[in-house]
Ligand binder design. Structure first.
Ligand code: GLA
Length: 409
């Protein structure tokens, strides 16, 4: 019984994958493009996890407006895992008691000029063990559109053991093909609704998702496992983005996971560096902190317009690490109009280990005396070759050069 159900799912998935390549150009024309710059907003998971509820989502929406975050560009209010209840006899998935009326909630979020996101899995269960979308993809997509959902995070989780490993226990490449088909299936279902819905892949970078994700509708894709609010993990995720810059661009972005700014015990320098580097990476900026209790210094980081402008630069080219010198790293990101962002970070635990660091402009393809803006002090800064820089541990110097003469793009 189980085996035949699995086999018929595989056949269905393959059929939908084949059909998708024939149908999608027309469907794509009909659906306005989303995420031309990396999506910005807030997601419930990093701080609230399973404590998320209707009240908390409304409060987050209120706070995005009250704090000025909405005006700074944060528009998506995303409900992560643990909203799901049971399916009824017709297969319709109902939210659990924490979310009495999803359509009314979406209406509330929209009334604030914001957009709303939701979460599901291609598997039978989500990562939190709640109901997933397996076998109900079209039905769920239609329901999201009917509620007014604008964003879906689709998290692989139980799909691995329940479908991939069950259907192709000893065949890794067949498992990957099954995974592609499952993501393509939901893409087709979302497009068929005619509603513009940002499609966020969460399968932890498996099978180099940056290579095939965009062809099956991904607007963003997680490149790694989960973030935690610790410097070591944040730096690890940053390092794992090496080599991925070429895959990002308008409508399709690498996702090094949601922001932890304001969470855990991150120091102010660590929060600043985390935010700066996610902007250098053209990463989605999904805040994940407790908005009603946000400290002023955290709000100042999250609403720094000039850092956000780096992230949202319309050219959409992701930055990369140009060189490291001991524990100091130098990253650049090309911006519209020939401008350039430079980030220098001290990743060491002790500032004196690499003190004094000297900036090598030639290694960045730059020369002469360059005047830019320090985006954290707001002051003008002059960069010269071999200049000494003093950076506290885990802190960043983020500079925007509007006219980096001599820079080779
Ligand atoms: C996975 C994802 C997280 C979050 C949880 C929810 O771990 O990577 O971002 O969505 O599931 O259960």
């Amino acid at each position: 019984m189980r085996l035949s159900a699995s086999l018929s799912f595989a056949a269905l998935a393959l059929a939908s994958f084949t059909a998708q390549s024939q149908v999608s150009p027309k469907a794509q024309l009909a659906t306005p493009q989303v995420s031309q710059t990396p999506p910005m907003g807030w997601n419930s998971w990093n701080y609230f996890a399973d404590k998320v509820d209707d009240k908390g989502i409304r409060a987050a929406a209120d706070q995005l407006v009250a704090t000025g975050m909405k005006d700074a560009g944060y528009v998506y209010v995303n409900i992560d895992d643990t909203w799901e209840g049971e399916r009824d006899a017709s297969g319709v998935l109902h939210p659990n008691a924490k979310f009495p009326d999803m359509k009314a909630l979406a209406g509330y979020v929209h009334s604030k000029g914001l957009k709303i996101g939701i979460y599901s899995s291609p598997g039978p269960k989500t990562c939190g063990g709640y109901e997933g979308s397996l076998g109900h993809e079209e039905q769920d997509a239609r329901m999201y559109a009917e509620w007014g959902i604008d964003y879906l995070k689709y998290d692989m989780c139980s799909f691995i053991p329940a479908v991939m490993m069950k259907q192709a226990p000893n065949d890794k490449s067949e498992q990957m093909r099954i995974m592609h088909a499952a993501y393509a299936k939901m893409d087709k279902a979302l497009k068929a609704t005619g509603r513009p819905i940002v499609y966020s892949f969460c399968q932890y970078g498996w099978d180099a998702v940056w290579e095939w994700g965009p062809s099956v509708g991904a607007n963003l894709w997680r490149t790694t496992g989960d973030i935690t609010p610790e410097w070591g993990r944040i730096y690890e995720l940053l390092s794992q983005q090496e080599g991925l810059a070429a895959y990002a661009g308008p409508g399709h972005w690498n996702d090094p996971d949601m922001l932890e700014v304001g969470n855990g015990r991150l120091s102010l320098a660590e929060n600043r560096t985390h935010f700066s580097m996610w902007a250098m990476l053209a990463a989605p900026l999904l805040a994940g902190n407790d908005l009603p209790n946000m400290k002023p210094e955290i709000k100042a980081i999250l609403t720094n317009r000039e850092v956000i402008a780096i992230d949202q630069d319309p050219l959409g080219r992701q930055g990369s690490r140009v060189y490291s010198d001991g524990e100091v790293e130098v990253w650049t990101r090309p911006l519209t109009g020939g401008a350039l962002a430079i980030a220098v970070i001290n990743v060491g635990d002790n500032r004196y280990a690499t003190h004094p660091f000297h900036l090598n402009l030639r290694r960045l393809g730059l020369n002469g005396k360059l005047t830019g803006k320090d985006l954290w002090t707001g002051k003008s800064v002059e960069l010269t070759d071999n200049m000494p820089l003093e950076l506290p541990s885990h802190d960043v110097l983020l500079v925007r050069l509007d006219q980096p003469k001599g820079h080779i793009q």
